[in-house]
Design a protein around this ligand. Sequence first.
Ligand code: 3PG
Length: 404
Amino acid sequence: KSIAELGDLRGKRVLVRSDLNVPLEADAEGSPAITDDGRIRASVPTITALAEAGARVIVCAHLGRPKGAPEEKYSLAPVAARLGELLGRDVAFATDTVGDSARATVAAAQDGDVVLLENLRFNAGETAKSADARAEFAGRLAGLAEAFVSDGFGVVHREQASVFDVARLLPSAVGGLVETEVGVLRRLTTDPERPYAVVLGGAKVSDKLAVIDNLIRTADRLLIGGGMVFTFLKAQGHEVGTSLLEQDQVEAVAGYLELAKERGVEIVLPVDVVAATAFSADAEHEVVGVDAIPADRMGLDIGPRSSELFAEKLRDCRTVFWNGPMGAFEMAPYAAGTKALAAALVDITSGGGLTVVGGGDSAAAVRQLGFTDDQFGHISTGGGASLEYLEGKDLPGLTVLDES
Ligand code: 3PG
């Protein structure tokens, strides 16, 4: 169901699950400051549409991974302020999620007003594994509203109270952000224009094995960078010094390299890396070939010859999905690989190809490195969610909407 199918929303209390899980860092005064507001921006159109339809909009979201009880550093208060600026209207912030403050704030809301509830994960019922343990919290959340809109694409892979259970308790609809995200990812899984390349980076290969398994069936080329690449290099027989290595995954990765060869899927690995003496911007570092990583150094970025190779392998691609930075881009000496990759994607976008950047880290990386969202076909708000979609898994937050 789309929002329009919920009928006339004037005066109705509508609960919206958004993904407002943004990175925060302490500013000069020690107050939490949002370092990338992409997810808040992406949530604005649905909230605005509901407010303009006259609904009393109750936004709920999580921040970080608190353990089921309030923790100041995970408060959504700074997010409420930023959301208000982006919406151009006041956002009433409830200092709890389903308690006295939430009920009073919702009761005071007029048609077209926007309320943000405090972090859902301050309540153990939000993330509890069993449906029974989530039921009470889900019931109290649903009790605040008359309809539910699921718009947090980044959390649709979570079977949690605000994503899954509330959709069974209220008339529910899919929000515009989730519709857009699913539409784009469907283009990747259903007959993508070829050649279709996937670039994977980030720290851990163990998080990505399932998607690699699936990509070996769908993509034409798989380019690997980031910390996870050292497990691949090891599987090919290289020594990787003190680089990040998941020794227990080497065998699985070797199996995937073999399978890719059988299927005719090209796996492209770096030929050089930036090797440093420590995980620090000030550490001594040099570019070395992948067969000459010194025993006391760690690879923190792909090297310049690898950046050229990756750009070359992407040049003729009509579809590219990218998840995970190529190196420790937040430190200037190790940002070049990620920057070069982003530039290669920008060229593909301008040539009319479809480029999709998935995952909070990659999205934050491209913005921090000076790129703008409109230089890519789509910047997904979902990290784990977009990977699980590409794995072909059923995502609870989507299947529950199909049922409802
Ligand atoms: C994300 O950051 O990918 C989403 O907000 C989901 O957060 P989670 O991984 O803590 O569930």
